[in-house]
Design a binder for this molecule. Structure first.
Ligand SMILES: Cc1ncc(COP(=O)(O)O)c(C=O)c1O
Length: 354
């Protein structure tokens, strides 16, 4: 990564250098789409995609309240309103059934999130979007390389959006994002919006109001190296998650993450258990030198700007609210060892004791 970054700095334009276009090409190939358009962040990728689809003021986008806040923010940045539907009855991802019930004449897109690297029921969302005549945009910011029915996420909806924030399964050595699509017009418009609204091949003619939201060349150069490692890293994450399952399968008082069905292949961006004793467990693990996370302690509709703008109160999305009180992310990263997983599991079992 250091060598690639240095070479990019020495030999390329700092913005829109060769590495940017190569990274886009390689990422599109990896996801199985015709086009990929890089951006400055995952939030920008989502928002620019919506804007490139012509979605804005007066339009609604249906999404989950149980995600990182950026999912909904991207809709607001586009000028539209996020409409939340709760998660599946026994799951973590947006419920297709509850999404269908929220379709209105103002709906222009459905935006499921492949949360923690677990693919959403993208086939059902596809059907709902087709029936309603709206776009399907995948928030794949946590799911680089995950698969549904043998296809990589990001290649199934009209567009997929990825984040390269350093905690993700792959990074660009800083913030960055990517839009994947098979729709040439969408890719062209997105390219223009991320680059000040420039017309194709022109410097100072602008056909639209855009943003300065490009991926820097040096970050693209780092991303190209990371992409080569992604499959091995995802494999390690899956192996470690299997070990967690083996150690924890018979432990009372915890619920393990969803298991892949015959159609899904998760990439375990996070390994998230549920327990009603979450806060006790978290504290006791911390006392043992084991850091855990909570993704996310407050669902989006209860975050201050969403309460203020849309008047949400507790109880609006009970399943998401319940998840927020119970989820706990255990350590997972490719270089974690199986012995360390066993150590975490032993400490976890002890921490559940009264
Ligand atoms: C589900 C989800 N959506 C959107 C984003 C936004 O990505 P970024 O932080 O790169 O803007 C993130 C990550 O941070 C995310 O996890």
């Amino acid at each position: 990564m250091k060598a690639a970054a240095l070479s990019a700095l020495e030999n390329e334009m700092m913005v829109m250098g060769e590495s940017v276009f190569k990274f886009e090409e390689e990422f599109a190939q990896y996801c199985g789409t015709k086009y990929a358009v890089s951006t400055a962040s995952g939030t920008a990728a989502l928002s620019i995609t919506l804007q490139a689809l012509g979605i804005g003021h007066g339009n609604e986008v249906i999404t989950t309240p149980f995600s990182f806040i950026a999912t909904a923010n991207s809709v607001v940045h586009a000028g539209a309103d996020p409409i939340f539907a709760d998660v599946e009855d026994s799951g973590i991802n947006l419920s297709p059934k509850k999404t269908r019930a929220k379709i209105s004449p103002k709906t222009r897109a459905i935006m499921p999130v492949h949360l923690y690297g677990h693919p959403s029921r993208i086939d059902e969302f596809h059907d709902i979007a087709d029936e309603a005549g709206v776009s399907l945009v995948e928030d794949a910011c946590q799911a680089h390389g995950a698969e549904f029915e043998g296809n990589r996420v990001g290649s199934i909806g009209e567009a997929g959006c990825f984040s390269f924030y350093p905690a993700k399964n792959m990074t660009v050595g800083g913030d960055g994002g990517m839009i994947t699509t098979n729709n040439e017009e969408l890719a062209d418009v997105a390219r223009s919006i991320r680059d000040c609204g420039r017309d194709k091949n022109s410097k100072y003619y602008h056909g639209r109001i855009g943003f300065t939201s490009r991926l820097n060349t040096v970050n693209a150069a780092i991303g190209r190296i990371q992409l080569k490692r992604l499959e091995a890293w995802n494999h390690a994450r899956r192996r470690l998650s299997q070990r967690y399952r083996k150690e924890l399968e018979n432990v009372r008082d915890i619920v393990l993450p969803p298991i892949d069905g015959s159609t899904e292949k998760a990439v375990y961006h996070l390994f998230v258990i549920r327990t009603k004793m979450r806060d006790q467990v978290k504290k006791r693990l911390a006392d043992n030198g084991i850091e855990t996370g909570i993704h996310y302690p407050r669902p989006i509709h209860l975050q201050t700007p969403y309460r203020q703008k849309y008047g949400y109160t507790e109880g609006a999305y009970p399943l998401s609210e319940c998840l927020s009180n119970e989820v706990l992310s255990l350590p997972i990263f490719p270089t974690l060892t199986e012995n360390e997983v066993v150590r975490v599991c032993e400490a976890l079992k002890q921490s559940l004791a009264a």
